[in-house]
Write a protein that binds this ligand. Structure first.
Ligand code: NAD
Length: 363
């Protein structure tokens, strides 16, 4: 029987996160969402299509009014309004109306794009997240942040729009390339660092078993990560305050991601951003040299890069400051008060930010 984690919003049940070893329970859950009388469109990317989406499409036939698929080229560079526009065209051609349903089958890119299509097509249709990367299972599929990049700026256009369910089949992680697993570890370790030292310690203790992809350990890790994110999302669904803490490592991370032309994965850049933000926390006197070294070592144990080559510190600063996490002319930084507790800080000077950036740039 699949394990479930319910998400409440305004103290009312909003949707469930379902953890499973297969897709067996998906059909019962979809039946409960009334798919028998609805059109269903799977949204996926060019890699996940043949791996999982085609099988799901076949299994859907006969279970709903109509089943179809929209797939786009894999990669962050396709997380754009052009992809959204192509999907709208298919939805119109297939006669989708407001009571129909979208299924996001893929990683964070598919999840963010599908959520945005769902939020905007006919002013909102239902969608379900079926995340297939570690990053999407442990983080991006939870919490209803949807959107696309615009002109190279990350997540510039988007909406808060909650799914009707998140169904994760953990066995799909077996086909995930190592670098994508590593990318997921970036966000997972972030959750421990900002909110839960015990979870961070658990990750440190179990890294060998995690690497062996043992089902029970994976489930415990992903469940723990989702639980931390759930707490934040339940308390601050629209990012009026606390939810911004989830951007730990993202401020400089997004700038590096953009300057790498999205060649470096999101989680990899978050990992480098975490080192920079932890370094800034150290020079603010919040964490010790020893704690900082331990954070760097843990990221490295999980295969994450802790520095980046060929970037210019001033350029990284300029892009950091042009990102949307600005308050007036100040950058909204997330720093560690201690391991397991983060806070928002808007008073870092350009010189201090440059110091953090320079630390992660290989000269
Ligand atoms: P991704 O969606 O690009 O997936 C990475 C690669 O793995 C792709 O090539 C994909 O085709 C492939 N893939 C997916 N599942 C697979 C599987 N089971 N086996 C083999 N290959 C598979 O990237 P991602 O890391 O999943 O997500 C990154 C995105 O998530 C970024 O755009 C980031 O901004 C976003 N994000 C969103 C939130 C949020 O709250 N909405 C949070 C964090 C990150």
């Amino acid at each position: 029987m699949a394990q479930r984690l319910p998400i409440l919003l305004n103290k009312k049940p909003c949707y469930d996160i379902v953890f499973s070893q297969n897709f067996d329970d998906l059909w019962l859950d979809l039946e409960e969402l009334g798919i028998a009388n609805r059109r269903v469109m799977i949204v996926t990317d060019s890699n996940v299509r043949s791996l999982y989406a085609e099988g799901l499409l076949e299994a859907l036939q006969g279970k709903c009014l109509k089943a179809c698929m929209f797939s786009f080229e894999a990669g962050e560079e396709h997380k754009t309004l052009d992809t959204v526009k192509e999907a709208y065209k298919v939805l119109i051609e297939e006669g989708f109306d407001r009571k129909d349903l979208l299924l996001a089958v893929g990683g964070g890119v598919v999840g963010d794009v599908t959520g945005y299509i769902a939020a905007t097509y006919l002013r909102g249709v239902d969608y379900v997240q079926i995340p297939t990367t570690l990053l999407a299972q442990a983080d991006s599929s939870i919490g209803g942040k949807t959107g696309v990049d615009f002109d190279g700026y990350k997540n510039m256009v988007g909406a808060f729009y909650m799914p009707k369910m998140v169904y994760m089949n953990l066995s799909v992680l077996e086909s995930l390339p190592r670098e994508q697993l590593v990318s997921g570890f970036g966000e997972i370790l972030k959750h421990g660092l900002i909110k839960d030292i015990a979870y961070f310690e658990w990750m440190r203790e179990h890294y060998n078993e995690v690497w062996m992809l043992k089902y029970d350990i994976l489930e415990e890790m992903i469940y723990g990560s989702c639980k931390i994110k759930r707490g934040v999302v339940e308390r601050d669904p629209m990012e009026k305050g606390e939810r911004a803490l989830l951007n730990f490592g993202h401020t400089i991370g997004h700038a590096i991601e953009k300057l790498s032309d999205f060649e470096l994965s999101h989680g990899t850049c978050v990992g480098i951003g975490i080192v920079a933000a932890s370094y800034l926390s150290k020079i603010q006197g919040n964490i010790t040299d020893k704690e900082f070294a331990m954070i760097e070592q843990t990221l490295a144990q999980f295969g994450l890069k802790t520095s980046v080559e060929w970037m210019d510190a001033k350029e990284v600063l300029a892009v950091t400051k042009s990102d949307k996490k600005m308050v007036g002319s100040k950058v909204k930084f997330i720093l560690l008060e201690t391991i397991g507790k983060a806070y928002i800080y808007k008073e870092l000077t350009d010189e201090q930010i440059l110091e953090g950036i320079s630390y992660v740039l290989e000269s």
